[in-house]
Design a protein around this ligand. Structure first.
Ligand SMILES: Cc1cc2nc3c(=O)[nH]c(=O)nc-3n(C[C@H](O)[C@H](O)[C@H](O)COP(=O)(O)O)c2cc1C
Length: 287
């Protein structure tokens, strides 16, 4: 019966040969020995260390003999350029993903626009790979070679723990991120299914499913909303706790009010004491 489970043989590259697996498309820029920026398309690139305040990191799995892997081992730096979905971009990615070409050879065929790194000010841009102007966001990263997944002679694939030094985003999308509304059109890579074709799709309009009211910790929800509201303002946990009782639909409005007061006062860390000051000021104004 078509609905029964049957076993699938686990082959090398199982994520594309033995299963269906949706992935992102990232153009990794690295520095070739000549100083030229190399672009390689990669899909095995996922968040790997996500909490703890410092050392947020991505995991990139790359063939050890690729230009990208060799360049990261030599220079330690790279940038993950997330490009939007356009068929011509995907076509060019497949071209840039053809193994065995030197940076000089392959980059002649690149349709992407390269701009300087933002990492070292204007002086040291030669030390960092250039960035892809067409990207909607870019992670500038440094390989943490102290992490146990070091390149091994016996492995074809290298696992790079890439510490995120900087996240850059086109302003339009940063605004969408903070408002919690709107998404760039991102490509989905379904890998190759038959050795001759890669498969891609653009996603359709995302839809929202609210978290049920009875689930989830209210404090966590508030902390989440506070932390993501303005990247320049940090909230102490005890400050977030002061507004747990605010109904969800008014939460962003209240956070916006507190952030505006903090900016007026030149404050970057919101403490419970500051929340009390704002509340007293507001109730004073009402009277
Ligand atoms: C869409 C796409 C995704 C790819 N993802 C990966 C990947 O995650 N890991 C990998 O080792 N190779 C991947 N490849 C193959 C590499 O792009 C290929 O090895 C290429 O030679 C890398 O370029 P480079 O040698 O300049 O680094 C992918 C290819 C395409 C077209």
């Amino acid at each position: 019966m078509g609905d029964d489970f049957v076993a699938v043989r686990i082959l090398d590259n199982f994520y594309q040969t033995s299963s269906f697996f949706p992935m992102p498309v990232v153009l990794v820029s690295t520095l070739a020995e000549s100083g030229q920026t190399n672009l390689g398309p990669y899909s095995l690139c996922f968040p790997h260390m996500i909490t703890g305040g410092r050392g947020h990191a991505m995991m990139l799995i790359a063939r050890g003999t690729s230009n990208t892997a060799q360049n990261i081992v030599r220079t330690k730096v790279c940038a993950l350029n997330f490009i939007p979905h356009k068929k011509k971009y995907m076509k060019n990615c497949v071209m840039l993903g053809y193994p065995g070409e030197t940076t000089e050879e392959k980059m002649k065929n690149s349709i992407f626009t390269l701009i300087p790194s933002t990492r070292a000010g204007s002086q040291n841009t030669q030390q960092y790979p250039q960035l892809v102007k067409e990207a909607f966001q870019i992670f500038e990263c440094t390989w943490d070679d102290s992490y146990p997944l070091k390149p091994r002679e016996d492995l074809i694939e290298y696992h790079f723990l890439l510490r995120i030094d900087k996240i850059l985003m086109k302003k339009k999308w940063r605004d969408c991120l903070f408002k919690g509304k709107g998404f760039p059109r991102m490509p989905i890579d379904f890998g190759y299914r038959d050795n001759v074709r890669f498969w891609f799709a653009k996603h359709s309009r995302p839809y929202a499913i609210p978290i049920p009211k009875e689930k989830g910790n209210a404090v966590e929800t508030v902390k989440y909303a506070c932390t993501r509201f303005d990247p320049d303002i940090t909230w102490e946990d005890a400050a977030c706790e002061k507004i747990v009782k605010v109904p969800r639909i008014f939460l962003n409005q209240v956070i916006a009010g507190v952030v505006a007061e903090a900016k007026k006062a030149g404050i970057t860390v919101i403490t419970p004491e500051f929340m009390d000051t704002v509340r007293n000021k507001r109730s004073g104004e009402k009277k």
